[in-house]
Structure formats: structure tokens, C-alpha cells
Ligand binder design. Sequence first.
Ligand code: ADP
Ligand code: UDP
Length: 238
Amino acid sequence: MDALELLYQGKAKSAYVTEDPELLILKFRDDTSAFDGEIIEQLSEKGAINNQFNAFIMQKLADAGIPTHFVERLNATDSLVKRLEMIPVECVVRNRAAGSLVKRLGVDEGLAFDPPLFELFLKNDALHDPMITEHHVEAFGWASRDEMARMHQLTLETNRVLKQLFDDSGLQLVDFKLEFGRANGEIVLGDEFSPDGCRLWDKVTGEKKDKDRFRQKLGGVLDAYREVAERLGIVFDS
Ligand code: ADP
Ligand code: UDP
């Protein structure tokens, strides 16, 4: 399957149409952004790492019965996915407090949530991804009540599967963001799951192994991503 024409260019990935109108190619680029695109840097090989990381995770989720857009990995940086009508809502689950939650509510980083906390944000960089509720999603017509309930259910199910997977590799899944879309009337997991969109802390040392290394200028961003992948047993092409 060849990439025919650029459909859109996001901050970290580019989407290309293919000869099949139902399929897209997602190219994972090396661009790394933070603070709603205010800071953008190139991290060599990040695209290849995240594409292969995402392929591994999407396969695990599919194995667990979660409907995903992932079809197959094409090469180091590209994957074939089902084209979705994306819903502009970010579904976030938090097992521990970090990031925007710590700032917003003044709690200590690391505060544990059981059951996990579910939050919604509007995907809109110009508005800095404001926090919204399920009522906004329905009132503004971004998704129906049933679709929202399904996104909530699939996000919590994803958390159950991945929390265990990372725990088995000595990592705490602190939080993550998912994006969903529609295909043939069904809610399907889209976009990506990689260390760019989640927080992972070493279970023993508490060391951060995710994009916070970039946001907080801690250094060793890709070494941390590679280490996580290695712990999960991912073998890279590159
Ligand atoms: P951003 O939009 O945050 O800058 P990316 O650089 O990751 O993010 O761009 C990828 C874009 O592709 C996002 O807008 C995402 O919603 C969209 N997308 C992801 N998966 C699919 C899919 N299966 N079908 C259509 N669009 C998708
Ligand atoms: N996240 C993301 N994209 C966004 C916003 C958040 O992937 O546009 C992820 C982020 O990496 C973290 C989780 O969602 O794993 C929760 O992010 P938070 O609300 O704490 O925002 P942050 O302070 O990280 O921007």
C-alpha cells in the first residue's frame, strides 16, 4: 500500500490517503512538541520508536478485544490504519496525579486514584485543550451519549490491560490519553499509544520514562523510550 497524498499534517504524525478510501498511512515523524505546540524539536529516531511501540501496544489491545484502527506496520516509521471520523475529544485516565491535574487542583504528584480518574479535554490547541465534561460532549454534538459511554468504557478497559502489561515490566502507568473515532457506526480507538502520550514511572526508582523528560528538560528522552520498549520485549527494525 502506497502513500498517495498528504491528507493532514499533525504535530507528530502525517496522515496520507491510499488507493483504498477506507485506509490511511500514518507516518510517525521525529517532531516532538510540548505545551500545545509552543515548543517543537526534532528527536532523531523518535518516529521509528513510537511507530513500533504503538504497533506493539495496538496489537495487545486488539488481542484484549478492544477495537482499534491499527491494520499493520508497513516499515520503521509508517503504519496502515483504518480511516476514522475522529471525535475531537481526548480521553484521559489517571492512576496517579501528575501534569495538568497537579497544577489545576494543587495536589501532590503521585497521589494514587483507585478507581482511576477519568477526564475529558477538547482537542483544540488554540484553546489549549480545555477540560470539558460528558455534558459538553453531548451538548456540542461532538459525540452522542452512547458513543461517549463507549469511549469511557474502552478507555477504562485499555487502562486495565496496559496497567498490568507495564506493571509486569516494572513500570507504573501513571496516566495516558486516547483518541477515538467512528467507522461503520462503531467507536474505534485511533491515533497512537506511545511514551509521547502517557506517563510511565519506574516502579522502584520512580524515574520518569516518558515525554515528561522532554517537557521538563530532564534529558535522555529517547533512551527512556527505548528502555521502556526493551522492557516490554519490543525488537526494533530501524
Ligand atoms: P496532533 O493532531 O495532536 O497534532 P498528530 O501529529 O499525532 O497529532 O496527528 C495525527 C492526526 O491524525 C490527529 O489529528 C489524529 O486525530 C488523526 N488521526 C489519528 N488516527 C486517525 C485515523 N485512524 N483516521 C483519521 N485520522 C486519524
Ligand atoms: N496528553 C497527550 N496529549 C495532549 C494532552 C495530554 O498525549 O494533548 C497526555 C499526556 O502525555 C499525559 C496525559 O495525557 O500522559 C495527561 O496529560 P495532562 O492533562 O496532565 O497534560 P500535560 O500537563 O501533560 O499537558
